[in-house]
Design a protein around this ligand. Structure first.
Ligand SMILES: [Mg+2]
Length: 404
C-alpha cells in the first residue's frame, strides 16, 4: 500500500520486502469498558490479517464511555487497513487531525498505540523493551498505592503501612488529607500529620514515604503543610496545588523541603515544556495512557532526563497499562520506581489477560514474552464485568479512600 506523507512525498508503508516479514494490517478494533470497583477501565482489542492480536488500555478518570467511543472513531479514521508497524504515523496523524486534542483523544490513541506495540512485538517475537533500546534494569522496584482503604486511625494506618513494608516495596504512597480543600482547618491538618507520623513509625526509616495531595491546597497552605511534614522524611510531595498553573506549582516547589512530583495530568510533550522550564519539578509522573502511549512515554522520559529528572509512570488503572509501564521502565535509564495498585485491587484484573503483571516482593520482574508480555486478552472476562455507573473515586468527598 502507498500512502502520501505530510510533505506530499510517496511513502511505502510496508515493513519490508522479505516475504517472511509480516505486515500485520489491522482488521478489527474492539473497545471494552470494564467495571473495576472504583473506576471503569477501557481496553482496545486489535486484530490483524496475520492472525496476531494485541491489546492496549485507554482508561481515563471517570469518562470511560467517551474514550470507548473515541477508540471506535479513531479506528475508522486512521487504523483499519493500516499496518500495526505504522505507530509514529498513527500518533502524528491522529493528534494533528483530531484538532481538539486532550485526555479523551490521547487515551483513545494510547489504547490503540499500545495494542500496535503488542502486535509488533509478537510479530517479531521480541518484548517491546527490546524494540525501544533493550533492558536497562534487572528488575523494577515498585511503590504501593491503595493499601490504606480500610485504615482510618493512626493505629490502623501504622499497622497497614508496616504490612506493606514487609512485602518489600521500595515505598508507599497515600493521601492523608481526607476531603480537605484549599485551606484546611488546623485540626484537619494536625490529623493528617498524625497519620503520616504513624505511617513512618510503621515502615521504619528505610522505606520511601510518598504523599499525594491531589492538588488540594492553596500555595500558602501547601507550603505550611509541607513544612509541618518535614520531620517525617517525605520522599516526595505530589501535586500540593493543582497542576494546571505551572507558576503556582513552582512557587511551592522552590519553597518546600520535599521533592516536588507531578505530571500525571500533563497530557503532552508540548505542555511539558513550560512545566519543566520552572526547574522545580523533581520527579515526573507521566501517565502512558493520557500522553498517548508508549512511544510518547519514551520521548517524554528523554526530555525529563535532559533536565536530570527521574520518571515514575503514573499507574492506577488496569493490567495492560501496568504491562506497558513495565516494558518502558525496563528500557528507561532515568526510571526510579513503578507505582503499583495490583495487590490492593480487584482480583479479576489478573484474569483479563493470559499473563497479567503482578509484583513479587515489591518488585516487578521483566517478562521476556513478546509484545507487552501479556499473551492474549480475554474478552469473556471483560464482558462479565460491564460498565459500572457507580465506579468513581470522588477525592473531595468524605472517606473516599474506603472505596479502594
Ligand atoms: Mg497522583
Amino acid at each position: 500500500m502507498v500512502m502520501t506523507g505530510s510533505g506530499g512525498e510517496q511513502m511505502n508503508s510496508t515493513v519490508g520486502t522479505a516475504s517472511s516479514r509480516k505486515d500485520c494490517r489491522i482488521t478489527r478494533v474492539t473497545a471494552y469498558v470494564v467495571g473495576m470497583r472504583w473506576r471503569n477501565c477501557v481496553f482496545a482489542h486489535v486484530s490483524t490479517d496475520d492472525g496476531i492480536n494485541g491489546v492496549g488500555e485507554g482508561s481515563l478518570e471517570y469518562q470511560p464511555q467517551a474514550v470507548a467511543a473515541a477508540i471506535d472513531q479513531l479506528a475508522h479514521r486512521y487504523v483499519i487497513g493500516q499496518s500495526a508497524f505504522s505507530i509514529e504515523r498513527f500518533f502524528h496523524d491522529a493528534l494533528r487531525n483530531e484538532f481538539m486534542r486532550g485526555p479523551i483523544i490521547n487515551s483513545a490513541i494510547a489504547a490503540i498505540e499500545m495494542a500496535m506495540w503488542d502486535i509488533v512485538g509478537k510479530a517479531l517475537d521480541r518484548p517491546v523493551y527490546d524494540l525501544l533500546g533493550g533492558r536497562m534494569h534487572e528488575r523494577l522496584p515498585a511503590y504501593a498505592n491503595a493499601w490504606y482503604g480500610q485504615a482510618k486511625t493512626p493505629v490502623e494506618m501504622e499497622r497497614a503501612a508496616a504490612a506493606v513494608a514487609r512485602t518489600g516495596y521500595r515505598g508507599l504512597k497515600f493521601d492523608p488529607f481526607g476531603d480537605c480543600g484549599r485551606d484546611p482547618r488546623a485540626a484537619d491538618v494536625r490529623g493528617a500529620i498524625d497519620l503520616v507520623a504513624a505511617v513512618r513509625q510503621g515502615v521504619g526509616p528505610d522505606v520511601d514515604v510518598l504523599i499525594d495531595a491531589h492538588g488540594r491546597f492553596s500555595v500558602g497552605s501547601a507550603v505550611d503543610i509541607c513544612r509541618k511534614l518535614e520531620p517525617h522524611g517525605i520522599y516526595w510531595m505530589e501535586e500540593p496545588v493543582d497542576a494546571d498553573n505551572h507558576g503556582a506549582l513552582a512557587a511551592v516547589g522552590r519553597t518546600i523541603p520535599q521533592r516536588l512530583a507531578t505530571g500525571e495530568r500533563c497530557t503532552s510533550r508540548y505542555l511539558l515544556q513550560s512545566l519543566l522550564a520552572t526547574n522545580e519539578v523533581d520527579v515526573l509522573q507521566p501517565d502512558l495512557i493520557h500522553i498517548g502511549g508508549i512511544m510518547e512515554g519514551k520521548k517524554i522520559a528523554a526530555i525529563a532526563d535532559a533536565a536530570y529528572i527521574p520518571v515514575s509512570f503514573h499507574n492506577p488503572f488496569g493490567p495492560v497499562a501496568t504491562a506497558a509501564a513495565v516494558q518502558l521502565d525496563a528500557c528507561t535509564s532515568n526510571f526510579v520506581m513503578q507505582e503499583s495498585f495490583c495487590e490492593y485491587d480487584v482480583e479479576m484484573r489478573f484474569d483479563l489477560l493470559e499473563h497479567a503483571p503482578r509484583p513479587v516482593g515489591g518488585h516487578y520482574d521483566i517478562p521476556d514474552r513478546p509484545g507487552l508480555g501479556v499473551g492474549e486478552f480475554r474478552p469473556e472476562v471483560a464482558l462479565a464485568h460491564p460498565f459500572d455507573k457507580d465506579a468513581f473515586l470522588p477525592l473531595f468527598r468524605r472517606d473516599w479512600a474506603t472505596r479502594f
